[in-house]
Design a protein around this ligand. Structure first.
Ligand SMILES: *Cc1c(COP(=O)(O)O)cnc(C)c1O
Length: 432
């Protein structure tokens, strides 16, 4: 399997190179040359298969011979070391809880998978280190820090917007030490992402072997396909059209869902639900892609003004606008609507949704209104404890602190403050 750049001005590469490079030389995102649907026999027997078996079938063609199948199976088993419960919230509406991993956000899966792939690629090298450079709007940083902690031959540098991530999120990415460094940026997530993109293209930093652990990296992005298969496995016997709503920021997760559909997974409709950072909902309304600077909201992991992965979704539907409109809706919701949804979900169903999940729920409700025969799933992308500062006052409840979170609460935050690209460059050049 080869990957091409969506800017069409760089050589095609195999999985290993695409993972190590992150972004193609022409600044384009990598995209697989082929997507071969899975067999009918696979879907017929999906309920008898373990999550790890399903994941292997789903991702093998994308890895190709870059990693031997036996190693890939081990990587997948290590990656999926926790559950993905599907919880019935109200009649015909389910939450797929993706937050039971080590950092309690759905990004654990992509981060753990990518870290293990890089560790495999580095196993025979002893001098030439890779540096993983990542911008975070909140959850990526913690997931990447935890996923890559102690991986030999890999230095991790995380950029996060100062004052715009929650206390727990900040602790998860600033307290681990070892091969993890946190840079606290005076700016927004988009500023962090721009700096990271610039660094990848900077000739002076070539020797650092920089790669990205954002969902622009195929090893972070593609494993997210697994969730959609897990949801289908759990709901298949109900035999109803399936609508899945993804709370969306950089649009990596929902794009992975659409990839899953291309592999043959019967999902009737996708809903991208955003906060007021509504570049994609506006695009669907007026056909203009007009990115704006990001606005801070209570669902901060989705405060993205220019979602990187939307171009991959456009590629998936390049020749078929009709199919796109059939398969895909997008809606934006304010913080007020999100808080109202959190309250009503709790009051009516005793389910605690954090702000991102609540945005997903709102998007789902919009579409289900017109298709009563369907089953809806919204992705719960983070544990409510990660958004304690919002969940506690809105729902007026005390949350129990899970053990994964307790372990970082008393650790000291360590970060380096930067305010410009030059600061980042100086830091990287002086890093040993
Ligand atoms: C990253 C994140 C999202 C958005 O996912 P994308 O793949 O960037 O669209 C939603 N919710 C939470 C909690 C996240 O951490």
């Amino acid at each position: 399997m080869k990957y091409y750049s969506l800017n069409h001005n760089a050589p095609k590469v195999a999985f290993q190179e695409a993972v190590i490079q992150g972004l193609a030389q022409d600044k384009g995102l990598y995209f697989p040359e082929q997507i071969i649907p899975l067999s009918e026999a696979f879907f017929d027997s999906i309920e008898q298969r373990s999550n790890a078996e399903i994941a292997f079938e789903v991702i093998q063609q994308f890895v190709g011979d870059a990693i031997p199948n036996s190693v890939l199976k081990t990587i997948i088993e290590d990656t999926l070391c926790f559950d993905f419960p599907l919880v019935e919230v109200e009649q015909n509406i389910y939450a797929l809880e993706l937050y039971h991993g080590p950092t309690m956000a759905f990004k654990d899966v992509g981060a753990r998978f990518m870290a293990r792939c890089l560790a495999y690629f580095n196993k025979d090298k002893n001098d030439n280190k890779n540096t993983v450079l990542v911008a975070t709007s909140g959850d990526t940083g913690g997931a990447v820090a935890s996923g890559f902690l102690g991986v030999s031959g890999v230095e991790v540098v995380i950029l996060y917007p100062s004052g715009k991530v929650s206390d727990i999120q900040e602790r998860q990415l600033t307290t681990l030490g070892q091969n993890i460094t946190a840079l606290e940026v005076d700016g927004f997530f988009d500023d962090c992402q721009d700096m990271v993109k610039k660094a990848f293209l900077d000739e002076d930093l070539k020797h650092k072997n920089l790669t990205s652990a954002n969902s622009i990296n195929i090893a972070r992005w593609l494993p997210q396909m697994f969730y959609f298969f897990f949801a289908y496995k759990a709901l298949k016997k109900q035999n109803k059209p399936l609508v899945i709503a993804c709370p969306s920021g950089n649009f990596g997760n929902i794009c992975a869902g659409i990839m899953a559909k291309k592999l043959g997974l019967p999902i009737a409709h996708f809903v991208a639900a955003t906060n007021v950072n509504d570049t994609v909902p506006r695009f669907l309304e007026n056909g203009k892609y007009d990115p704006k600077p990001s606005i801070a909201t209570i669902s901060n992991a989705m405060d993205v003004g220019n979602p990187s992965n939307f171009i991959r979704i456009q590629e998936l539907y390049a020749n078929d606008l009709k199919a796109f409109e059939n398969d895909f809706s997008a809606f934006a919701f304010t913080d007020e609507a999100t808080q109202e949804a959190m309250k009503s979900i709790y009051k009516n169903n005793q389910y605690i949704a954090e702000p991102h999940g609540a945005v997903g729920y709102l998007g789902l409700k919009k579409v289900l209104k017109n298709s009563e025969n369907s089953i809806g799933v919204f992705l719960e992308t983070a544990h409510p404890i990660k958004f304690l500062d919002i969940v506690t006052p809105v729902l007026n409840i005390q949350l129990q602190v899970p053990k994964q979170i307790e372990s970082v609460l008393n650790k000291e935050k360590v970060s380096i403050k930067i305010s410009s690209y030059e600061d980042l460059k100086t830091f990287l050049i002086n890093q040993n």
